[in-house]
Every structure is written in structure tokens, then in C-alpha cells.
Design a protein around this ligand. Structure first.
Ligand code: FAD
Length: 382
């Protein structure tokens, strides 16, 4: 059996960030990622201020990778629109580029990286864990970091709500649409879902949606079918996209929970990071901050020899507040009546949108380190 000190399963932002942090500190760390090559992932591709701070700490410069700046947020319902400046400068970068850059940082830091290798199952052993891979190898490790995103893992799975489907399509916008989107993210709320539209690098527009599973099926829909649905559900968005050129045959699709989720049970000494730890309603655009922030916390706990239970308490402390608030907003925005009330309140109080944006971020400022959060001291839970 091959042995390593720490095994990280999943090479998304959470897994790459955890591997990078540990390898930099001289740890013997192996990272396996089931996809053999970089690929597109369902995501709004919005990088909040906290995400940017955490990326900088890892040595990833989103602007240098071509990220587009985002200064304003426009919210739409079927009958009205509201625009607010963001309380920070957002950025927008495709996950294709971002995930590849993070994985490269992990490798440069000394991580033993294996792409195209999938963990089939994990088993608890007396001295740690064994990870059974689809290439026939079994890896033994002292610490296990689970970073498999939306996917569960045999041996350490948990039950999740999968009532929604996340969809993403890249489009080449017309010059009029490009001008309208410059510096802006647009969110369209509809019953039990939302759509987001913004420019990413190279002038490409990213359309991202969350819809109930019964409207699309698990694997999503073809672009013409989705566009027809948009014409009925969000006619003003469909009109804006009418002449935009789809860059893929079919939108990318992934199942996801309908509400916020934060893992509760201490489980068998594994460090869950990113989406395996928590899901914040995606309209907030802060899931990447949770992925990178939880990875940084896991690194600190592993470095100090602190248990996964200590880590879980600290991670809950870091993420519970934003997830709780985002879940309330998501529920209110998902029904026409409360959505209209919320819009009326935001129209009367111009600071409300900025305040909600600010309070759905991780409690992290440029001067504050994640280490400031004491392990094991829990301030609240969603
Ligand atoms: C519709 C939608 C829109 C979103 N928009 C935004 C946004 O605008 N901004 C933002 O910050 N967040 C957004 N998010 C959230 C963000 O996408 C996630 O929080 C983030 O991807 C979590 O990163 P991760 O590393 O935990 O998981 P992932 O990015 O999913 O990475 C997990 C990796 O593990 C690999 N893997 C899985 N199983 C195995 C296995 N058994 N063996 C080996 N490898 C495995 C996968 O191939 C994958 O590469 C959005 C989410 C959704 C659903």
C-alpha cells in the first residue's frame, strides 16, 4: 500500500487550497482529482472580496488571469429592477481558469498530484484511513481531507437535499449586451430559483441558473429547451439573450440543495472542506470563499495536530452566519409575495442591498486572518 501523511480527495478550489497550504508547510500531501483535464463547472463565477483575499494568500492573482471587474449589482423581478453598487470590487473569472490555476499552485508547492484518478471508497483504519482508487491503488494516510464538492463518497457519505439543478451556459454576447453587462452582475429571481448573468474573461458572458429539478431533470436541458423556458419564466432575460451565441451545445448541469446546508455531525475524524462542509445559496456568490476559507482552517488544524471535531466547530463558526442569512433571503426571494415585499423594502432603503451583500460574506477583512477564529469555540449555528 502507498502511504502519505495527508490525502486530499477532489481537486476543486477547496481541495487544491488545502493541498497547497499543507505542501507549503512541508507536509507530505497527495491530491487526487477524477477529471483528467481542466473542465467547466456550474458556477456564477463571481469572486467576492473574501474570495479574492483568500486567493491572494495562495498566490493566485485573478486579475492577471483575465478576471473582469464587477462594481454593480442589478436585481430583477418580473415587474421591476433595482441597481446598487457593491460594497467591494467583485471580479468574475471562469472556473475553467480558476480551478486550473489553483491546482497548479498546489503542484508547485510540492503536492503529489494525480489527475484522472477517482476515489471509490474510504475506510477508517487504526492509524488513519485507507482510500481505494479506481486505478487499482489503495492509499494509506494519517489525515483525510474530503473535498469532493457536490458528490458523496462511499465510506463517509451524508444525506443531502438534491431538489435543485444548477445550470451554466457561456455565451458570446452582442456588443449591445456586452456594453450593458460591463462592470455589472445581474440577478433575476423567480419562484424557487434564480438566474445570474455577468461577463467573465475574454468578453464571454456567463449565464448561471438554479431551477427546481422537476423543471429540467437531473441532467439539465438542451439550450433551445432552456431558452424556451426562459421566455416563459423570465421574458426580459430571454429578450436580452436573444442574439447571444451559445458556446456549448448543452448547458452544464449539477444537482444542488434548495437551501443552505452546514454539516453538523462530527464524523470519524475526516476534514470536510468546501461544498462537502457547507452550501450557501448560490445567488450570494460566496461558495468559493467558503471553499477556500474552510480549506485554510483545515490546514491550520492539521498543522497544529488539532482534531477534525475541533476543525468542524471552527468551520461552523466561520460559515454559519452568512449561510443562515442567505438561506432566509433565498426563501423570501423564492415566493412572489415575499419577493415583492423585499423589493419594495429595498427600493425605499437604498442601503439594504449593500448591507445584505456585506453580511452574506465570510467574516474576513483584509487585516484579519482566518487564524483569528479560535478552534473549537462556536458562536452560533444555522
Ligand atoms: C448554480 C451555482 C452557482 C454558483 N455561483 C457561485 C459564484 O458565483 N461564486 C461563488 O463563490 N460560488 C458559487 N457557487 C458555489 C461554488 O461553485 C462551490 O461552492 C465551489 O465549487 C465549491 O468548491 P469545492 O472545491 O468544494 O467543490 P468542486 O468545485 O465541486 O470540486 C470538487 C472536485 O472533486 C472532484 N471529485 C469528486 N468526487 C471525486 C472522487 N471520488 N475522487 C476524486 N475526485 C473527485 C470533482 O471532479 C471536482 O473537481 C455556485 C454554485 C452553484 C451550484
Amino acid at each position: 500500500m502507498i502511504r502519505v501523511d495527508t490525502m486530499v480527495i477532489g481537486g476543486g478550489p477547496a481541495g487544491s487550497a488545502a493541498a497547497c497550504g499543507l505542501a507549503r508547510d512541508g507536509h507530505d500531501v497527495m491530491l487526487i482529482e477524477r477529471a483528467a483535464t481542466p473542465h467547466h463547472k456550474v458556477c456564477g463565477e463571481f469572486l467576492s472580496a473574501d474570495t479574492q483575499i483568500l486567493l491572494q494568500r495562495l498566490g493566485v492573482d485573478a486579475l492577471a488571469l483575465g478576471a473582469a471587474p464587477v462594481a454593480e449589482l442589478t436585481l430583477h423581478t418580473s415587474s421591476r429592477s433595482l441597481t446598487s453598487t457593491l460594497p467591494f470590487r467583485g471580479l468574475s473569472l471562469s472556473r475553467y481558469r480558476l480551478d486550473a490555476a489553483l491546482m497548479q499552485q498546489a503542484q508547485f508547492s510540492g503536492t503529489r498530484l494525480h489527475r484522472g484518478v477517482m476515489a471509490r471508497a474510504v475506510r477508517r483504519e487504526a492509524s488513519g484511513w485507507s482510500v481505494v482508487c479506481d486505478n487499482g491503488h489503495t492509499i494509506g494516510c494519517r489525515n483525510l481531507v474530503v473535498a469532493t464538492g457536490k458528490l458523496g463518497l462511499r465510506g463517509i457519505d451524508d444525506k443531502r437535499d438534491h431538489s435543485r439543478v444548477g445550470l451554466k451556459m457561456h455565451l458570446r454576447p452582442t456588443s449591445a449586451l456586452h456594453r450593458a453587462l460591463e462592470g455589472r452582475v445581474e440577478l433575476y429571481f423567480l419562484d424557487a430559483g434564480y438566474a445570474g448573468l455577468e461577463l467573465v474573461e475574454d468578453g464571454i458572458a456567463n449565464l448561471c441558473m438554479v431551477l427546481p429539478q422537476e423543471t429540467t431533470g437531473k441532467s439539465g436541458a438542451s439550450w433551445p429547451v432552456l431558452r424556451n423556458r426562459l421566455t416563459i419564466a423570465l421574458p426580459e432575460l430571454a429578450k436580452r439573450l436573444a442574439d447571444a451565441e451559445p458556446l456549448w451545445e448543452k448547458p452544464k448541469a449539477v444537482v444542488c440543495p434548495g437551501a443552505g446546508h452546514l454539516h453538523r455531525e462530527p464524523d470519524a475524524a475526516a476534514y470536510r472542506v468546501g461544498d462537502r462542509l457547507a452550501h450557501i445559496p448560490p445567488f450570494t456568490g460566496d461558495g468559493l470563499a467558503i471553499a477556500l476559507g474552510s480549506a485554510a482552517l483545515a490546514v491550520q488544524h492539521i498543522q497544529r495536530g488539532l482534531s477534525a471535531d475541533h476543525y468542524l466547530a471552527a468551520a461552523r463558526d466561520l460559515t454559519a452566519g452568512p449561510i443562515q442569512l442567505a438561506s432566509v433571503i433565498s426563501r423570501l426571494a423564492g415566493h412572489r409575495f415575499s419577493r415583492n415585499l423585499m423589493f419594495a423594502a429595498a427600493a425605499r432603503n437604498p442601503g439594504l442591498i449593500r448591507s445584505i451583500v456585506r453580511h452574506t460574506r465570510l467574516p474576513l477583512t483584509p487585516g484579519e486572518t482566518i487564524a483569528a477564529v479560535q478552534p473549537g469555540v462556536s458562536r452560533g449555528s444555522p
